[in-house]
Design a protein around this ligand. Structure first.
Ligand SMILES: *Cc1c(COP(=O)(O)O)cnc(C)c1O
Length: 366
């Protein structure tokens, strides 16, 4: 094809993409290969070797030519045991992002309002807009805490179908208290999509609220505290009648048997991961305290496994950390309200020492 003919043909094809989608930017992450990786909020610790060996053994014994079971009984059973929630109210998936997508697919369409406190995880907005819905953005307050009154008012004013809450929030680290979650649920008619990807590190765990709050939908992941980011596993808890509906937007066999086995085993043996999670929490606090001592840094309170900080010339700081020290952090300065901000997850104690020393050298050269 000549390049003009090809161009015309491609334009013909693109004509069928929804204008609202063409106007969006995709969720992306630039690839780097740093010495110290503190940019994706992953666990710095791998799954313990004995547990890994067990997972590999179970997976090796299973026939790989057969589809996984239609319902992921093993994984769902492990979630039911761990949470005490009935299996009919549990959906599992290839990462919790997939369940955010499914929950928004069955609720959002043109003319439907979704209240999203921002800045937050960008996928909520992206999925709302792909589905043609209206994002009703509610800014965090000046200290980057949730403005719960404003969230409630926005949901009431727009008769929102969904309020998305991320607690602890990514990328700020702020968490909601029990009564705040209850208030958003009780004062609105919306589904409350509560993403608790970081709750093992702090903040109120809303599991006990599920029973008496039928519009609450809880999301959990294995990508952070559970050290399985590479295998992609997550779950959703809600009233079984809601789960029946959300399930309709989930692809069949969405979770492969290997991830299913790994997630179930890790969940059943999560006490083996508890020391790691404790260390990460302590290291988060140590990072916060050390950063608070640096006059050139503003650091925000965090209940997650990362901290958000603001520095002058953040782009130079980001680049020098990478080029001179091999340390990759996340530049989140493009989010609303986060000018000059970087997000840094707690790594191992040695990695955090290296980060603090590097930042000190960059900001306060002798
Ligand atoms: C990391 C993260 C997740 C996890 O997504 P997975 O698809 O389970 O890896 C979900 N929500 C937020 C806000 C996150 O930061």
């Amino acid at each position: 094809m000549s390049s003009t003919a090809e161009h015309t043909a491609v334009e013909e094809a693109l004509r069928h993409i929804k204008p609202s989608v063409r106007a969006l930017g995709a969720y992306t992450l630039r690839p780097y290969e740093p010495r110290i990786k503190l940019n994706q909020n992953e666990s710095p610790y791998d799954v313990p070797a004995a547990l890994k060996a067990r997972i590999l053994k179970v997976a090796a014994e299973r026939p790989w030519n057969r589809y996984p079971p239609f319902v992921a009984h093993n994984f769902i059973g492990a979630v039911a045991e761990a949470t005490g929630w009935p299996s009919g109210g549990i959906l599992v998936a290839n990462g919790s992002n997939e369940l955010i997508q499914a929950a928004l697919a069955v609720t959002v369409g043109p003319g439907v309002s979704v209240v999203i406190p921002e800045p937050t995880f960008t996928l909520y907005r992206l999925m709302t807009e792909v589905n043609g819905g209206e994002v009703v953005s509610v800014p965090l307050d000046g200290e980057l805490r949730f403005d719960v009154d404003a969230v409630v008012h926005a949901a009431q004013r727009t008769d929102a179908a969904v309020v998305v809450l991320c607690s602890p929030n990514n990328p700020t680290g702020a968490a909601l208290a029990r009564d705040e979650i209850q208030r958003v649920h009780d004062a609105t008619g919306a589904l409350i999509l509560l993403d608790q990807a970081y709750v093992e590190f702090g903040g109120y765990d809303a599991l006990p609220l599920l029973d008496e709050h039928p519009r609450l939908v809880l999301l959990r992941t294995f990508s952070k505290a559970m050290a399985l980011a590479g295998l992609r596993a997550g779950y959703l808890l809600a009233h079984p009648n809601l789960v029946t509906e959300i399930n309709k937007a989930k692809l069949p066999y969405n979770i492969n048997f290997f991830s299913e086995i790994a997630a179930a085993e890790v969940l059943r043996h999560r006490q083996l991961l508890a020391p790691q999670v404790n260390t990460i929490r302590e290291e988060r606090d140590r990072l916060h305290a050390a950063l608070a001592e640096m006059p050139a840094v503003r650091v925000f309170a965090s209940a997650a496994n990362f901290v958000l900080l603001r520095v002058a010339e953040h782009r130079t700081v980001f680049q020098r950390l990478l080029d001179e020290h091999g340390i990759l952090v996340r530049d989140v300065s493009g989010y609303p309200m986060l000018e000059g901000c970087l997000r840094v997850n707690a790594g191992s104690p040695e990695e955090n020492d290296a980060f603090l020393a590097a930042l000190h050298a960059i900001l306060e050269p002798q």
